[in-house]
Design a protein around this ligand. Structure first.
Ligand code: SF4
Ligand code: SF4
Length: 286
């Protein structure tokens, strides 16, 4: 089962939820946690893993053989990212703009384009607290998060529970991370921004046909608007984590909620049971 943890905005407590859910389930189940927030992976701060393996994340970029090239311009025409410019006697390549789609090499009539990998990030592996942990990290200055996310997700093991920590927002990296999930848990907070961004995130997840539910973090006296929205849209409100000074203290010290307050483990296991139920109902209704 693949569960993605997403949020419309940053700072809602997505990392707290992803790490605590993974740790709680790992007591009895095979669990993977995949940090797909590749521009700013944070799960490691809480898990404090010792990485045992590392691989390069790369995309294939074109290399033009000028001996074979007739400067027909086809590769430049097909590249929607403007990563190639065909001049009279030369083809210029801009690898930082290339998305590695392979279209230019495929369509070159002279077979003049080969591909070579260009490093854009790293994938690291560890096993903290009985969890199979995979972290993707985009290199500084790189803009192409989706290929790194795809490479992280290739390590999903289908015979256990895979928890994907997506990046905040509703942009391409979020779509790439959430795509293919059996369920998406949206973490939000009871503020006007929280509601606004939840509505946006919800729209994106629903467009992908993925069942979702909401978790309110820093819950308190201002939950009404969020609750009304969930009720109105028929979206299950699966859990609330209160605005609590002790929880905030643990978080600020990089301590997982279920590590500092083990009594929360049962609540996260209940959350998983509710997610399974919702995902099963959705699957049956399709
Ligand atoms: S498509 Fe091939 S032959 Fe045509 S300009 Fe590009 S590299 Fe050269
Ligand atoms: S691989 Fe795709 S994105 Fe990269 S240069 Fe070729 S057509 Fe453009």
């Amino acid at each position: 089962m693949i569960i993605s943890i997403a949020s419309g905005k940053g700072g809602t407590g997505k990392t707290l939820v992803a790490t605590s859910l993974a740790i709680s389930l790992a007591e009895k189940r095979k669990v993977q946690l995949l940090d797909c927030d590749v521009e700013e992976p944070n799960d490691h701060i809480f898990l404090r893993p010792t990485f045992s393996k590392k691989e390069v994340a790369s995309i294939p970029v074109p290399i033009v053989d000028e001996e074979k090239c007739t400067h027909c311009g086809e590769c430049s025409r097909v590249c929607v990212y403007h990563a190639l410019a065909v001049l009279k006697t030369k083809v210029m390549t801009f690898h930082e703009l290339c998305h590695g789609c392979g279209a230019c090499a495929y369509l070159c009539p002279e077979d003049a384009i080969t591909e070579e990998p260009r490093e854009i990030g790293t994938i690291e592996f560890a096993s903290p607290n009985g969890i199979d942990f995979v972290q993707g990290k985009l290199n500084v200055g790189e803009a192409m998060a989706p290929p790194v996310i795809r490479q992280v997700k290739r390590h999903i093991n289908s015979d256990g529970i895979a928890i994907i920590d997506a990046s905040p927002g509703t942009s391409c990296p979020v779509v790439e991370a959430v795509k293919g999930s059996d369920f998406c848990l949206l973490v939000t907070e009871p503020t006007p921004f929280g509601l606004n961004d939840l509505i946006l995130a919800m729209g994106a997840v629903q467009m992908m046909g993925i069942p979702c539910g909401v978790l309110i973090n820093r819950s308190g006296t201002s939950d009404d608007q969020l609750e009304d929205y969930c009720h109105q849209e028929n979206i299950p409100l699966l859990m609330k984590i209160p605005l609590d000074i002790e929880i905030a203290r643990l978080y600020s010290r990089g301590i997982m909620l279920v590590e500092g307050m083990p009594q929360w483990r049962g609540r996260f296991i209940e959350l998983f049971d509710k997610i399974t139920e919702e995902a099963t109902v959705h699957h049956r209704e399709r």
